[in-house]
Write a protein that binds this ligand. Structure first.
Ligand SMILES: *[C@@H]1O[C@H](CO)[C@@H](O)[C@H](O)[C@H]1NC(C)=O
Ligand SMILES: *[C@@H]1O[C@H](CO)[C@@H](O)[C@H](O)[C@H]1NC(C)=O
Ligand SMILES: [Cu+2]
Length: 186
């Protein structure tokens, strides 16, 4: 195990300069916020959530900010620090699944569009029970209001989820795959 970790570090070296690790503090100062609230990241970057207090970093969707996305990631205070890999530049939507936190605006995004309807500000607005901006894109064409799901929409996994450790293992697997690829290139 130690050997493979060292090997992975070695294999990752040639790419170190191209990858950025983005630090996000969750709930610092007792506030219901991610700091920063929204970021831009490149494919290959990682995001490290460090939890201050009892919170989660649970993946959701733009139109249902306070509900877990199926097969999405879920980091919790007990898995802090929790790291996710950014695989592409598609938006990633994140909320805190502790009851009441999402509806208080505790949401986070990666690569949210800065213009148009699916901005971070619009995501937060929906999380807090507002309606999507008028003329919202076709991705929300179902017309269903997501507001009913706020704060208690975590029925499937419970507020703290249980997949944190599993996701870490998956991340390790992904790193192994990358390592194997690098080995092939070398
Ligand atoms: C990136 O890909 C890995 C491997 O498929 C996956 O475990 C991880 O959840 C993905 N990251 C995101 C943010 O979806
Ligand atoms: C999103 O992040 C940018 C850069 O940190 C910040 O200026 C902006 O205020 C954030 N948007 C919202 C709605 O918080
Ligand atoms: Cu929280």
């Amino acid at each position: 195990m130690m050997f493979s970790a060292a090997l992975l570090s070695l294999l990752a070296l040639p790419f170190a300069a191209a990858q950025t690790s983005h630090a996000v503090t969750v709930g610092a100062g007792g506030k219901l916020v991610y700091d920063p609230t929204n970021i831009t990241a490149a494919a290959g970057d990682s995001i490290v959530f460090t939890f201050a207090g009892t919170h989660t970093a649970t993946e959701s969707t733009f139109s249902n900010p306070c509900s877990p996305m199926s097969n999405g990631f879920a980091g919790t205070s007990s898995s802090s620090p929790f790291t996710i890999q950014v695989n592409d530049t598609n938006p990633i939507w994140v909320y805190c699944a502790v009851p009441g936190h999402c509806s208080a605006g505790m949401v986070f995004s990666v690569n949210a569009p800065t213009t148009g309807t699916n901005t971070y500000a619009a995501f937060k607005q929906i999380a807090m029970g507002g309606s999507p901006p008028s003329g919202s894109g076709s991705s929300t064409s179902s017309g269903a209001s997501p507001s009913a799901s706020s704060s208690s929409g975590s029925s499937s996994t419970g507020p703290y989820g249980s997949s944190g450790a599993g996701k870490v293992a998956v991340s390790a697997g992904a790193s192994l795959a990358v390592g194997a690829l690098v080995a092939l290139v070398l």
